[in-house]
Design a protein. Structure first.
Length: 102
């Protein structure tokens, strides 16, 4: 993932030729990843029940309901800023798939 720095805290847990696993921690409501474009397909596993606000640009924002442990998948090229919409600290694990599809 590349882009502008936000206020959420990324901690890389695994980074090798095949995958990059990053924990994203949002300490407070409004903390964000920063605007970015995904360079790889990826899977996100929320570590909380609640919501994330997704800024898609051009004034478009959506609310994404998260359920602890329920993953979702997105393909390369997604551009957005992810924002904590909760009144509590939250986190998710992002798994980037660095190998090309076969």
């Amino acid at each position: 993932m590349c882009g502008t720095a936000g206020t959420a805290i990324p901690t890389v847990k695994i980074d090798n030729d095949r995958v990059r696993v990053t924990e994203w921690r949002f300490k407070a409501k409004g903390d964000n990843t920063g605007w970015h474009r995904h360079e790889y397909d990826y899977v996100v596993v929320p570590l909380f029940d609640g919501v994330l606000e997704i800024d898609l640009g051009k004034g478009e924002r959506v609310i994404a309901q998260m359920q602890n442990g329920v993953p979702y998948y997105r393909e390369i090229g997604v551009e957005h800023d992810v924002i904590n919409g909760n009144d509590f600290e939250c986190a998710f694990v992002e798994v980037e798939l660095l190998e090309a599809r076969r």
